[in-house]
Write a protein that binds this ligand. Structure first.
Ligand code: NDP
Length: 402
């Protein structure tokens, strides 16, 4: 069986996916790479050589262009690590050509910052009819956090009742202000209203207004803020016993101060404004002046600590489990020239791809990560750079406010 992959996107995450696929010829034969700026693909080919079979310029906003590249290279799977705006045209191209699809972030329309699976779930019947599969959100969060949840539900509980996903970047890149993945996507995500699931309904909070000081293994105590994150939507759907599901992310004071100022003066807005006779989007302009996340890895020190804290019942008794990974920025730099946020996204994308190509995860239709057997994915996390830990009947994560 051939195991050829077309990777779309040659940014921070694309760099990791390409290199991890290249390191694993047991899973991947041909590796084709396409992106908007073909020079970035060429640079990667220069760096890692003939393991990249071919490179292509593509505007993935245009499904016809993506379909043309797919026809040229004939892959078994398309891995989309461009931006969420391109999810639908790439899904359209995969549908048209009958090729499986994987991404790491849910579709967002460019003109409204909205995070929901409705647009991609709407492909369910068409993918089933065509006999192709789409695996949504195979990064860390979403991605590994969904698989951790499925693993806990399978091995430790009869029923899960509460889920808290806790995401800490305890690293220091030495820049005054920078984001760890695409700045436009990142700032759209963290400036939206908070949202969590409780007793069968979504509850909303003002952006970054709910705080807990949480003790992250490998990092220590960090201020953590309740945010909405896309995996909550699929997890409450696929684990209907969940009474509450929340997502927390750490931010330092300096980061929040910069963000408040940028928001206050309108620099994070996605409404186009007139500037010297042309329309510009302030957030797109801000992206252009901020450091490229892919360039942050040199001198980046410290670790990420991301996990899931779950409570529920087993054999009629209350139970709690915490599963997490620590990832060291400098070690990622040494291995693949990336910081840990790109690394923790790129490795799960490679693993999801390997499971689809193996046939371990397969089925026509549109899937979220937690719908498949978590065990092979968890095994490959340990083998490919993201080993995980589990604590049963105790947890370092303690909420002061419940
Ligand atoms: P970057 O901005 O570094 O890279 C994006 C890449 O996509 C660039 O190479 C860019 O090209 C390319 N691209 C953008 N638009 C197009 C287009 N129209 N056609 C073709 N290529 C295009 O982003 P990251 O690598 O940081 O992020 C990649 C993805 O990973 C994003 O969707 C992000 O949301 C997701 N992500 C997921 C996480 C998770 O845990 N699930 C965590 C972090 C990120 P160019 O070089 O020309 O700009």
């Amino acid at each position: 069986m051939s195991k050829n992959v077309l990777i779309i996107g040659a940014g921070g995450v694309g760099n990791v996916v390409v290199k991890k696929c290249a390191m694993n010829p047991q899973f991947f034969d041909e590796i084709h790479l396409a992106s908007r700026t073909v020079a970035k693909c060429e640079a990667l080919r220069q760096e890692i050589g003939e393991r990249i079979t071919s490179v292509h310029a593509v505007d993935a906003d245009d499904a016809a262009q993506v379909a043309a590249v797919i026809r040229k290279v004939n892959p078994d799977l398309v891995v989309n690590v461009a931006l969420p705006y391109q999810d639908l045209p790439i899904m359209d191209a995969c549908l048209e050509t009958g090729v499986d699809y994987l991404d790491t972030a849910n579709y967002e329309p460019k003109d409204v910052a909205k995070f929901e699976y409705s647009w991609q779930w709407a492909y369910q019947e068409r993918y089933k009819e065509k006999g192709v599969m789409a695996l949504l959100g195979s990064g860390f969060d979403p991605g590994v956090t969904n698989v951790y949840t499925a693993y806990a539900a399978k091995h430790y509980f009869d029923e899960i009742h509460t889920l808290d996903i806790v995401d800490c970047n305890g690293g220091d890149h030495g820049q005054a202000f920078a984001t760890n993945f695409n700045p436009e996507i990142n700032i759209r995500e963290i400036t939206q209203r908070g949202r969590y699931w409780e007793n069968g309904e979504w509850k909303e909070t003002e952006p970054l207004s709910v705080r807990e000081d949480l003790d992250y293994p490998g990092v220590g105590v960090r201020a953590s803020y309740l945010m909405y994150h896309e995996e909550l939507e699929s997890l409450v759907k696929h684990f209907p016993t969940l009474k509450r599901a929340r997502f927390w992310m750490t931010f330092g004071e300096a980061y929040l101060t910069h963000l408040r100022v940028l928001e206050g003066i309108g620099m994070t807005s996605i409404e186009p404004i007139d500037f010297q006779g042309q329309k510009i989007v302030p957030l797109e302009f801000l992206k252009a002046v901020l450091p490229d996340p892919g360039s942050l890895s040199i001198g980046y020190v410290g670790k990420t600590s991301i996990g899931v804290h779950i409570t529920g019942i087993k054999d009629g008794k209350p139970k709690q489990v915490f599963i997490w990974n620590n990832c060291d920025h400098h070690e990622c730099h040494l291995e693949v020239g990336a910081q840990a946020v790109s690394y923790t996204t790129g490795v799960p994308a490679m693993i999801g791809a390997s499971l689809i190509l193996d046939g371990a995860w397969k089925g026509a239709g549109v899937w979220n990560m937690e719908q498949f057997d978590p065990d092979p994915f968890m095994a490959r996390l340990n083998d490919h750079g993201l080993p995980w830990n589990v604590i049963e009947d105790d947890s370092p994560i303690r909420f002061q406010n419940g």
